[in-house]
Structures are given as C-alpha cells and as structure tokens.
Design a protein around this ligand. Structure first.
Ligand code: CA
Ligand code: CA
Length: 211
C-alpha cells in the first residue's frame, strides 16, 4: 500500500524493486510523493535498513510533513522526507519537512551517515535556518545550502548544522568512534553541488566532521 496516491499537478515518486524477482513480485514498495502543487523528487539515499531519504523541490502549500522543522515557506521550497519502505501506507512516513526560506529553494542531493541526513541544494532565500554556520548569508542571487538533520529527533532539535557554503563541491569527512579507538571508522562523502542554475560559487571546500 503506497504512502500516497496521485496528488494534483506533478509529483515525485519512490519505488523499491527487487531486481532478482520477475513480475509483480518485484514491486516491494511504491508511492507518490507530493502535495497540491508542482513537486519533484531529485535525490535519494538508502539505509540498509530500508529507510529511503528523499529530497527535492516543492511548490505545494500542503506537502506531507511529519516532525517537521519548517512549514511551507514563500516561493518554492526544498524538502527532506524519510520513508520506511518496509512499512505500508501512512506508517511508512517517518520524517518530512520543508527546507528553505523566503526565496526559491530546491534540494538536489541527500546523503545519510550515522542517522544524519546531509541535504544540499540551491537557494535564493536570505533567511534559511542556519546553525553553527560556516557562512551565514546568501552570496549573490543564487547560492548553495547544506543542511544536516537528525531525522530521529523532532522539530527544532532536528537541525544539526545548516549553512550557505558558497562552494562547488562539499567534502564531508565523516568520523565515527568505533569500539576500537585505534581504528576509527571514517569516510568521505563528495557532494557536488549540481545546480541547474548558476551558483555564486567560490573555489573553496568545506569539511564537516562529526564524531
Ligand atoms: Ca503535486
Ligand atoms: Ca522558499
């Protein structure tokens, strides 16, 4: 059973297929994702547990939300949505929030590590929520944004980090302490900020480390 059926105007969708199985049995989960306006799903990341982290663009005033950080903002907005594809119907929506501010905002890419969702995209807003920011203000007309959300928490506490990075590629160095302190688990996520529009980017890189 999908989380949603068809919604007005364009919608995104999330479909899970078991490619080892033929026919209808291969369709494990499939849902529309959107609201009353124009919606796009643009980026997805999967946790092995079956959680699908989705970001995109919405012009809907009523986009599905759960434990939201933000409600609808002016103009188009980005969103971050987590679906538990092992569950059916409304129970599969575990987290969903608008992201953005007073201008046009779009989510392009999402990555997940240690339960934190890293969302990047483009913004024309001068007032996106920022926290521990590297850069606090919109640079130029269109800028990039990076927002880190702890989707296991609710409302304001879910935002861990948010900034206008003003860079073309984000290098996220993710470090987690393992039980053996001599061999910490670490890896890098390279996140190109692929804007469909020109960004006011500077040739610098931003390293975010959490442990
Ligand atoms: Ca729609
Ligand atoms: Ca907006």
């Amino acid at each position: 059973m999908p989380f949603q059926g068809d919604q007005p105007d364009f919608d995104g969708f999330v479909t899970v297929l078991d490619t080892k199985v033929a026919g209808n049995a291969s369709l494990l989960y499939s849902t529309y994702l959107g609201g009353d306006g124009f919606d796009l799903a643009e980026g997805i990341a999967i946790e092995r547990s079956g959680l699908a982290y989705v970001t995109g663009y919405t012009q809907s005033i009523v986009f599905p939300t759960r434990n939201q950080l933000l409600g609808d903002q002016p103009s188009g907005d980005a969103y971050a949505t987590v679906l538990d594809t092992r569950k059916a119907g409304d129970a599969s929506l575990t987290f969903s929030t608008y992201l953005g501010g007073n201008g046009d905002d779009a989510g392009n890419m999402i990555r997940v590590s240690s339960g934190l969702a890293y969302v990047t995209g483009t913004t024309e807003s001068t007032d996106i929520p920022t926290r521990n920011q590297f850069q606090g203000e919109l640079q130029g007309v269109v800028d990039a944004f990076l927002t880190v959300l702890d989707t296991r928490k609710t409302e304001d506490v879910s935002i861990v980090y948010s900034t206008y990075p003003g860079v073309t590629t984000l290098t996220l160095a993710i470090s987690s302490r393992s039980t053996d302190p001599a061999s910490p688990i670490s890896r890098e996520l390279q996140i190109p900020l692929t804007s469909r529009r020109a960004t006011n980017s500077r040739a610098t890189s931003l390293v975010v480390t959490h442990s």
